[in-house]
Design a binder for this molecule. Structure first.
Ligand code: IVH
Length: 706
């Protein structure tokens, strides 16, 4: 790899060469991403190169190429599809990587259900198809909609394309009035090889792997192309149903089979972890000869009534898990170590590798985690890789598991050059030159530049506009970075004054390269639209460390409105007292997250930026539409003592589903204590505070579950 020269040091000839190099990489990356559905660069790397390109263009405006990547606003193919809202969310699965994880899964299911080890509990085991999931909606037996998963709530409407897939029946006999069938679209190895052969004959680019090809084919605007790509479909789950399919997983699948869907023939009923693991190995042995890609085995609780009791965590069901096959490996050369700076200032080392194919995908970047990982230590200071460090020029083993970012796993010392020097981790931020420090107990070195560090602000802005945050149509990561580079947007609040500042006058958005009247008006309207924002999204968008999407929603539900959240977090700044206790008592909010939240709000510059932002917004209180008439909505409930009809976890999940806040400790803010036998100090405290106390049956009666 050529050494990257600082932009300030480039002469004209070097700049010309560098612009040509960047144009080639970026234009290729656009193609890979949008046309071939086979990205070879990470988003971060793509953005870094794009920023570099833009910075060189600004320094040498005369050298800007006619085909400058700055001008290419990638138009994702998916823009052409209408959105399809899933009536029942499409979830993903938790992962198990070894036998112990499978045993733990069984234990956690039993614990949740309050089943002892001697009670029977059956599971199904079936291959995990490596394709893309699709939801098919049938009304009165007719296929009316096919939708991709998207973000789980809203996908793309790909009905016309799905109709070209022979495995997908158009009409069902005797099916419930409403039936949503879910499963995986995939491509067989034979069809994939034949397609690539045709591509070679036509002198066109070949495809990377069957999964990306299937995804690309399903998301073609022209359904005739989908039809040519020979896709297949296995059904394995369902969404909305007007009546149940059966009372067990196996029978429900058999029913789908009767309607005409393909059901994977390797699906088996297992009596427990031993049989599940045996079936896993059986499927693994057949992996190479199946004729299509699978990446693990999925286990599901067989009894559908138990599945219903187990329910869901924020993004995954409690009643199923994916047992992944071991990751794939390859050896290659480590060409360079680059440091990326994230939204929270974390310096992350990235390995630049001589490209190598790992499990069908070309890998040229991999994560090196952190400083210690490079030196051969884990977070606790223990040796990893027998203490071998990693140096530029080394032969390294790259490991890839499914969609996870590839990582450098091992190093071959016998191939190390004598001249290779230990890697010295920077102690200054490569982006803003501020000190990068490591706090005691933190595995990560962080830039202290805060709001002066362009990388942190850039990443924060990207996070702010991301899908789970403000999700503004027309203002994606690329656009927001362009605006940031040009000084149009310096912080999130600036987005909401963009139309005031650049809607009219000398500098107008509509006059910018790549923009016109229509796109500018559309963007301003989209921004206007997002001025009204749900509380949970706002909290997540702030991008505070440790405060993820699920936690943001929990905080929103707990506090209800921005004002009470802000008040509570401000009151909790002392890291003690009732506001603090209340905050850390929220399910899923630990001391680490609470500290990060409180510190974020207490930092002057950060808080001022938050205040400036919120002044432009109309923050919607956390809505609980489906629990409006629940008797416990908004109430803070504490469970204590032994519960006899349900486990503690189940009690908590049910209370939360009804809109209650479940806290671990009794305080003046507690509305209700549910005390089982053996309740101790909490019951006493509740009595002292005059808090209403119910026993388990009283609680079940209250929520209408008796
Ligand atoms: S069940 C509520 N069964 O794996 C969970 N998923 O990593 C419904 N997948 O999003 C999913 N084969 O796209 C299920 N036999 C199988 C599967 C399967 C592949 C996919 C599915 C899911 C992803 C999660």
């Amino acid at each position: 790899m050529t050494k990257t020269i600082d932009i300030e040091d480039l002469n004209e000839a070097q700049a010309l060469k560098e612009l040509a190099r960047l144009a080639q990489i970026l234009l290729q990356a656009n193609d890979d991403y949008y046309q071939a559905d086979a990205p070879q660069l990470t988003d971060a790397e793509y953005d870094r190169l794009k920023r570099r390109n833009l910075a060189i263009e600004s320094r040498f405006p005369d050298l800007k190429r006619l085909d400058s990547p700055t001008e290419q606003i990638g138009a994702p193919i998916s823009d052409g599809f209408s959105k399809a809202v899933h009536s029942v969310r499409m979830l993903s699965l938790g992962n198990a990587f070894d036998d112990d994880d499978v045993a733990d899964f069984d234990k956690s299911v039993r614990k949740y259900l309050g089943l002892g080890t001697d009670s029977a509990l059956a599971y199904t085991a079936e291959p995990k198809i490596d394709g893309l999931s699709l939801s098919l909606r049938y009304e009165r037996g007719k296929l009316v909609q096919a939708a991709t998963r998207g973000d789980g709530e809203v996908g793309e409407n790909v009905t016309a394309n799905a109709r070209t897939i022979a495995d997908i029946p158009q009409v069902l006999q005797g099916a419930p009035d409403i039936l949503e069938v879910r499963g995986e679209v995939y491509m067989t190895h034979t069809d994939f090889a034949a397609l690539n052969k045709r591509q070679v004959e036509k002198g066109e680019k070949t495809f990377v792997n069957p999964r990306n090809t299937a995804a690309g084919a399903l998301r073609q605007l022209d359904a005739r192309i989908t039809a040519e790509r020979a896709l297949h479909f296995f059904a394995y789950a369902w969404g909305e149903l007007s009546e149940p399919l059966a009372n067990s997983q196996i029978k429900a699948l058999a029913q789908l089979g009767e309607y005409g869907f393909s059901i994977n023939p390797l699906t088996r009923l297992c009596a427990g972890p031993d049989e599940m693991i045996a079936q896993y190995h059986l499927i693994e042995e057949q992996r190479a000869t199946l004729g299509y890609d699978i990446d693990g085995v999925v286990y599901k609780v067989e009894d559908l009534a138990l599945q219903a009791r187990l329910g869901f965590r924020s993004t995954t069901p409690r009643w199923a898990i994916a047992h992944k096959f071991p990751a794939e490996l390859a050896w290659t050369r480590l060409e360079a170590i680059d440091i990326q700076v994230g939204r929270t200032g974390a310096l992350s080392p990235v390995a630049r590798l001589t490209p190598v194919t790992v499990g069908g995908v070309v890998v040229s970047n991999a994560t090196l985690h952190n400083e210690d990982y490079i030196t051969g230590r884990d977070a606790k200071g223990n040796e990893i890789r027998d203490g071998k460090d990693i140096r530029v020029g080394d032969w390294v083993q790259v490991y890839r598991a499914g969609d996870v970012i590839p990582k450098v796993a091992d190093v071959d010392l016998s191939k190390r050059a004598k001249t290779a020097k230990p890697y010295v981790f920077p102690t200054k931020c490569p982006q803003c030159e501020s000190d990068a420090i490591r706090e005691e107990g933190d595995a990560v070195r962080r830039c202290t530049g805060g709001v002066i560090c362009p990388a942190q602000i850039g990443e924060k802005l990207k996070h702010f506009v991301s899908r789970a945050a403000f999700d503004i149509d027309g203002l994606g990561a690329k656009q927001v970075v362009q605006f940031y580079n040009d000084g149009w947007i310096k912080e999130p609040a600036d987005i909401f004054t963009l139309s005031e500042r650049y809607g009219n006058g000398m500098q107008q958005l509509r006059n910018r390269e790549g923009w016109g009247d229509k796109s500018a008006d559309k963007l301003f309207a989209a921004i206007e639209d997002k001025r009204t924002i749900p509380l949970g999204r706002l909290i997540f968008a702030l991008g505070l460390r440790h405060v993820g999407e699920a936690a943001s929603n929990m905080l929103a539900t707990h506090y209800g409105s921005w004002d009470s959240l802000e008040q509570a977090v401000t009151d909790a700044a002392t890291l003690e007292g009732p506001a603090w206790d209340d905050l850390i008592g929220i399910d899923g909010v630990g001391a680490v997250m609470a500290t990060s939240l409180v510190t974020g709000f207490a930092q002057k510059a950060e808080r001022a930026a938050i205040d400036r932002l919120v002044a432009h917004l109309n923050v919607q209180d956390a809505a609980r539409p489906d629990v409006a008439d629940s008797p416990v909505v908004g109430k803070t409930v504490v469970f204590t003592g032994t519960l006899e009809k349900m486990t503690r976890a189940e009690a908590k999940a049910r209370a939360e589903a009804l809109g209650a806040k479940v806290s671990g400790s009794v305080s003046a803010r507690t509305d209700l204590l549910v005390a089982g036998p053996g309740a101790g100090s909490k019951a006493k405290k509740a009595a002292d505070l005059g808090i209403e106390t119910l026993d388990e049956d009283g609680w079940l009666a209250l929520i209408g579950a008796l």
